[in-house]
Design a protein around this ligand. Structure first.
Ligand code: PBG
Ligand code: ZN
Length: 334
């Protein structure tokens, strides 16, 4: 086509469809926006240790601290004021042993923090992570026979841990161990103890991910040898995630989780489409650390990148997002 002909065509362009009409102004974009974030859908993780007045920043996670109970209460109170509805507690015990017995010690940091937070901010939901890796001397998520994690004996201890968390005031227990059958056994143990109303949020599709690295610094839970491949899922699988979710729901999970989040948006989407249950996604430590590191180097706009990540997780189908950015995001979302 000659240049004159092209110019002529452009002059006469009478397009029926101009999608840009809906992007012209902030008001227009706001009105047609499909995905919205709200503080109420964010869960704020806290790492609790013993002592008082302790607030130790985790080097690989700027803006995340190991907190003594009084400081954890302070964070929880601030979060609640910003519109966040739930905190997720992880514990740093004073002592570790072969079987992780501090996990179900009523005086341990998680139990103490659950009691203190429910006293100070009764309206805030307390979710507790249920696993043994923070409590075992070898850093594995269960009891060992040689170098193998023994499923059924581990499940018994997880149930005992879950009951002790609820006794201390937890509203929701979140088993993150990926042992088989744990949701059913935890449900039965909670019911036997009279805790029919305590809910279970299961880490149903939890992948064996490199992105948990910074968490293991924060929670001091790196395995002394080997890895978590014999219980956490292979990142290559999605059909298996659907089977894991189905089993956990059948065993009595009230809420299910996909973890990590951003590299697993397809999994979030599939799970949401196939199961009619509240779905959480965990934006994990490594996902957080990458954004923080790039932002510190001036390589990305942290606020925009963070909101883009959280929006993508929500758009994929998550109802709840667990994120170390919860308070920062809640302040922005107001
Ligand atoms: C404990 C647990 C882990 C995370 C949550 N619960 C670590 C792991 O499985 O190794 C990871 C959370 C994060 O990376 O932010 N099993
Ligand atoms: Zn674990």
């Amino acid at each position: 086509m000659s240049t004159t002909a092209t110019k002529e065509r452009i002059r006469n362009l009478a397009l029926t469809h101009r999608p840009r009409r809906l992007r012209r102004s902030p008001a227009m974009r706001d009105m047609v926006r499909e995905t919205r974030l709200a503080p109420a859908m964010l869960v704020y993780p806290l790492f609790v240790c013993s002592g008082s007045g302790v607030r130790r920043e985790v080097p690989s996670m700027p803006g995340v601290w190991q907190l003594s109970v009084d400081e954890a209460v302070r964070e929880a109170t601030g979060a609640e004021q910003e519109g966040i509805r739930a905190v997720l507690l992880f514990g740093l015990p004073d002592d570790k042993d072969e079987t992780g017995s501090a996990a179900y010690d009523p005086a341990a940091p998680v139990q103490a923090a659950a009691r203190a937070i429910k006293r100070a901010v009764p309206g805030l939901l307390v979710v507790t992570d249920v696993c043994l890796c923070e409590y075992t001397s070898h850093g594995h998520c269960g009891i060992l026979d040689g170098e193998e994690i023994v499923n059924d004996a581990t499940v018994g201890l997880l149930a005992r841990t879950a009951v002790s968390h609820v006794e201390a005031g937890a509203d929701i227990v979140a088993p993150s161990d990926m042992m088989d059958g744990r949701v059913g056994v935890i449900r039965e143990a909670l019911d036997d103890a009279g805790f029919h109303d305590a809910a279970i949020m299961s880490y149903a599709a939890k992948y064996c991910s490199a992105y948990y690295g910074p968490f293991r610094d924060a929670a001091d839970s790196a395995p002394a040898f080997g890895d978590r491949r014999t219980h956490q899922m292979d990142p290559a699988n999605v059909e298996e995630a659907l089977r894991e979710v189905a089993l956990d729901l059948e065993e009595g999970a009230d809420l299910i989780m996909v973890k990590p989040a951003v590299h697993y948006l397809d999994v979030i989407s599939r799970v949401k489409q196939e199961f009619n249950s509240p779905l959480a996604a965990y934006h994990v430590s490594g996902e957080y650390a990458m954004l923080k590191a790039a932002a510190r180097n001036g390589w990305i706009d942290e606020t925009r990148a963070m909101l883009e990540c959280l929006t993508a997780i929500r758009r994929a189908g998550a109802d709840i997002i667990i994120t170390y950015y919860a308070r920062e995001a809640a302040r922005l979302l107001g």
